[in-house]
Design a protein around this ligand. Structure first.
Ligand code: TYM
Length: 355
């Protein structure tokens, strides 16, 4: 029986952090034996935030090395770079004809990033949408919100749909993009009366999608939040980051409710430690004997157990350009087989045919 198709990617915007690892990369490696896996570096998506060209290039290489160092086997996985698949931008153009600018403007990630680009803060209430739209449309060209950012979800949908992927292992923050992908697929299929694109689903081995928190009190771990623990952080840096994590004054009464910063520490502990360690710290929290310093020390040690082998292997891969080049060239060649077939069929469905 043929294996189910999986596709996912990570933007090349810097080194990978624990959010990328637990939300995505760990599952990439765990899925590689049993699925038809396609994992890539989303360098075209990275362009939406106008990176420095040198940094973009270095970041693509870094992520290829980190994928491999985390255990991805290029014999089992099509590991490729998005921009090596010219069929993707072409299908992106075609699919955009069926995507509404209104639905793109309402996407949470677009609104967040556009606000950052324009230097406007989070909305005080829901009814400032109109003002927000006016600000985008009226923005001076030196502070523009680029059209690539708006159409980010179309490009992501195409990455998935062009491979006819059924499963897309991503973190919780990407679920809205997946929902849009399904909507675009349905719309295309029903407009042309075809059963062509496959509607993809998130995948986390049956568990809910993951959101790795930051250690600065609230929200998620993310590059733009500046609160990342990187897979390549050396032990001293990493331990320092964990030891500086925000806490509270500690529980005063047995079985006190857990505040957000402490819950974030527990969430990370659950991802990195064994169940008995987690239970121990929950017990000492419940009976008020917890010492947050001990919890953080344990957490730093357990994170390092996961990241150290990866960090140690990354440099070996980075030093081997020939090998990296071969891996991504082979990956692209394989990924283009299905991509070119899907594109060819999509063009025909849409009426773009040869005489
Ligand atoms: P990016 O680079 O923002 O994130 C890459 C992956 O890391 C996950 N992630 C997290 N998961 C849990 N907790 C966090 N704090 C956290 N931070 C990041 C993301 O959910 C994601 O899985 N748009 C995608 C890249 C992409 C893509 C695709 C993914 C482009 N095309 C097609 C899947 C399929 C993204 O945001 O990457």
């Amino acid at each position: 029986m043929s294996k189910e198709i999986v596709l996912s990617g990570i933007r090349s915007t810097g080194n990978l952090h624990l959010g990328n690892y637990f939300g995505a990369l760990r599952n990439f490696v765990r899925m590689q034996d049993n699925y038809d896996c396609n994992f890539f570096i989303a360098d075209l998506h990275a362009l939406t935030t106008n990176p420095d060209p040198k940094q973009l290039h270095a970041s693509v290489k870094q992520i290829v090395a980190e994928y491999l160092a985390a255990g991805m086997d290029p014999e089992k996985v099509n590991l490729f770079i998005q921009s090596d698949i010219p069929e993707i931008p072409e299908l992106y153009l075609l699919l955009n004809m069926h995507v509404g600018i209104g639905e793109l403007m309402r996407t949470t990630s677009f609104k967040d990033k556009a606000r950052k680009m324009l230097g406007i803060g989070a909305p005080a209430n829901g009814d400032d949408e109109e003002a927000f739209e006016k600000q985008i449309i009226g923005a001076e060209t030196n502070k523009r919100v680029n059209a690539g950012l708006l159409t980010y979800p179309t490009l992501m949908a195409v990455d998935i749909l062009i491979q006819k992927a059924k499963w897309v292992p991503v973190g919780k923050d990407q679920e809205q993009h997946l929902e849009l992908t399904r909507r675009f697929a349905r719309r295309f299929n029903s407009f042309y009366g075809v059963d062509f694109f496959v509607e993809p689903q998130n995948f986390n081995f049956g568990a809910a999608a993951i959101k790795v928190p930051g250690l600065d009190g609230s929200g998620k771990m993310g590059k733009s939040e500046g609160n990342c623990i990187y897979l390549t952080d050396d032990p001293k840096t990493l331990t320092k980051k964990v030891m500086r994590a925000m806490t509270d004054e500690g529980p005063k009464e047995p079985n006190s409710p857990v505040s957000e910063p402490i819950q974030n520490l527990f969430t990370l502990l659950e991802l990195t430690s064994t169940p008995d360690v987690v239970k121990h710290f929950k017990d000492v929290y419940a009976d008020c004997s917890i010492r947050y310093g001990d919890l953080k020390k344990q957490l730093a040690e357990d994170i390092l157990k996961i990241t150290t082998p990866i960090r140690e292997r990354v440099n070996e891969y980075l030093a081997n350009d020939d090998y990296l080049r071969k891996v991504v060239a082979t990956g692209a060649e394989r990924a283009r087989v299905r991509a070119s077939q899907t594109l060819k069929e999509a063009r025909e469905i849409m009426g773009i045919r040869k005489f």
